[in-house]
Design a protein around this ligand. Structure first.
Ligand code: UDP
Length: 255
């Protein structure tokens, strides 16, 4: 895929997932900013797929998104089972780091929205120490609640970033971006889940070897056992993918 092409897109139980790599995603982001388009990126994982089965509004937002990244090892396994290519997991947390690196060399402006008290600010400070060329990152705690929207939109518009990263957790962050995308006027808006928690150091990410082996989700369950209820989506995802021959299909051939 070049920066101007559309990636191959698969459907996982009607949820789109694009066959992109980190490099292609970064190129696509730069191209979108240059073209002054307004695009939403979603970081899809098996939990997204299961949630979307019961929330038509969330499914519709994912289907409208310009790019749906394969941010979940389960998607890669499911694609392999159905003999469809999905070359690389594109993890939101890793991508945020790479976006910061690219932003420092290309003079792009970032805005971090959401996460717990002080978390986005700390994540921004950590990235600025790592990539000294990075311009100041404005941050705001906020929430997806309707009463917070006007002040968030005003501050984001004043800051005029190229990329807005939103950590309200899924599906709230993705619904919020979809609802406010036009008023925000930011070329790239992306939901990043727990990325700021990891980058700030508040939550430890799985060791690199565990990530490479595809078991980051298991480490997350071990580190944050309160997630067990949400993670019941994983066996359900496996069952739905294995029991239905048409659960994963190719929806375009790219161009
Ligand atoms: N979060 C927030 N406001 C909310 C709900 C969540 O700022 O109303 C933040 C939360 O503090 C965390 C991030 O959203 O930093 C992602 O939450 P979670 O880990 O549940 O998301 P996931 O990575 O599982 O999508």
């Amino acid at each position: 895929m070049s920066a101007t092409n559309s990636p191959d897109r698969h459907s996982f139980l009607s949820v789109p997932v694009d066959d992109v790599t980190y490099n292609e995603t970064l190129l696509w982001i730069e191209n979108t900013i240059q073209n002054k388009e307004l695009c939403q990126i979603c970081t899809v994982n098996p939990e997204f797929v299961i949630t979307a089965q019961n929330q038509p509004e969330f499914l519709s937002v994912l289907q409208q998104a310009s790019l749906c990244l394969p941010d979940g090892q389960g998607l890669l396994w499911a694609a392999r089972l159905h003999r469809l290519p999905l070359r690389q997991r594109v993890a939101g947390s890793t991508l945020v780091d790479l976006i910061a690196k690219r932003a420092s060399s290309k003079q792009l402006k970032l805005f971090f929205l959401g996460a717990g008290p002080g978390v986005a600010k700390l994540a921004a400070e950590n990235l600025r120490s790592k990539y000294p060329g990075l311009s100041k990152i404005n941050t705001m705690e906020g929430s997806p609640s309707i009463v917070d929207a006007p002040s968030i939109i005003q501050y984001v518009r004043e800051s005029n970033p190229d990329i807005l990263l939103v950590a309200f957790g899924a599906p709230a962050q993705d619904l919020w971006i979809n609802q406010h995308c036009k008023e925000l006027g930011v070329p790239i808006c992306m939901g990043v889940g727990g990325a700021f928690d990891f980058i700030s150091g508040r939550t430890k990410r799985a060791p690199a070897i565990v990530q490479r082996l595809g078991f980051e989700w298991l480490h997350r369950l071990w580190a944050q056992p309160w997630r067990w209820k949400r993670m019941l989506a994983l066996p359900l995802f496996v069952w739905k993918i294995v029991s239905n021959r048409h659960s994963v299909t190719k929806t375009n051939l790219g161009n």
